[in-house]
Design a protein around this ligand. Structure first.
Ligand SMILES: [Zn+2]
Length: 256
């Protein structure tokens, strides 16, 4: 093909494109169609993990699970490693002083009399036993989470270690979330306890409450415990949830 002929062909194509463009009004790049609503996000946390190897059965639920492991429990390290290898998220379930608790009754428990240095010591010891932890939530702690100074020191320590904090909210007067925000620690609170009562009717009620709240807020954090009844309930309920309405995520995906 000679050059002038190629040039002529190009011109012809260009003029055809131009005439087509002129014949049609310009189209909007993004037509103003209404988007389908996004699914509400739910982060499911299993607390108090570590006393039994059977706790790893929760990892077989076919959704992202954030597994909160008690330091000082006999299977803490093994379960943290297994959860991490299975692609789930590991959290340190840090024991903290409860109302009416005078002294440390649980191994490694943080108390109001602890200095910053002692809090860091307990935290680092706990983190050694729970490898792969990306965040921390409180085990009990209805007294300690109300103490501004203790929470400020804890958040300072978490910030340094690049860990997030989930406030389990075992006290309505907790200042943990507020102190986390003040120290630049990514944080969120627990919205629902699923299994404070293990009867089927109570679990159903808590589950419905969770789904409603998740839709209202577009996200929710639910804490459950490694009871056989809870596992059976979750195994039955999770597959029934419409994926266009609900999406399970790790706690780290919902942080403020
Ligand atoms: Zn706990």
């Amino acid at each position: 093909m000679s050059r002038p002929l190629l040039g002529g062909a190009c011109l012809l194509i260009l003029s055809l494109i131009a005439s087509k463009a002129l014949a049609q009004p310009p189209q909007l790049l993004t037509p103003p169609f209404s988007e389908a609503p996004k699914p509400a996000k739910i982060a499911l946390v299993i607390d108090d993990v570590g006393h039994h190897l059977r706790h790893q059965e929760f990892l077989d639920l076919a959704i992202p699970i954030t597994i909160a492991i008690l330091p000082g429990s006999p299977h803490a390290t093994k379960l943290a490693t297994t959860a991490h290898q299975a692609g789930h998220q590991v959290m340190l379930h840090l024991p903290m002083q409860a109302q009416g608790q005078q002294t440390a009754t649980e191994a490694g428990m943080l108390s109001a009399s602890d200095s910053l240095a002692h809090i860091e010591l307990l935290l680092d010891y706990a983190l050694q036993q729970v490898p792969h932890a990306q965040g921390v939530n409180n085990h009990q702690g209805s007294y300690l989470t109300e103490q501004e100074q203790s929470m400020a020191w804890l958040m300072q320590a978490l910030k340094q270690r690049q860990l997030y904090f989930l406030d389990s909210r075992t006290s309505a007067a907790t200042v943990a979330e507020q102190q986390a925000l003040a120290h630049g620690v990514p944080t969120i609170r627990r919205h629902v306890f699923l299994d404070n009562q293990l009867q089927q009717v109570a679990l159903e009620q808590a589950w419905q409450g969770l789904l409603e709240l998740a839709q209202q807020q577009s996200q929710a954090v639910v804490i459950a415990h490694p009871h056989p009844e809870t596992l059976a309930f979750l195994k039955a309920k999770i597959p029934l949830l419409p994926t266009e309405s609900f999406q399970f995520v790790y706690v780290s995906e919902l942080l403020n």
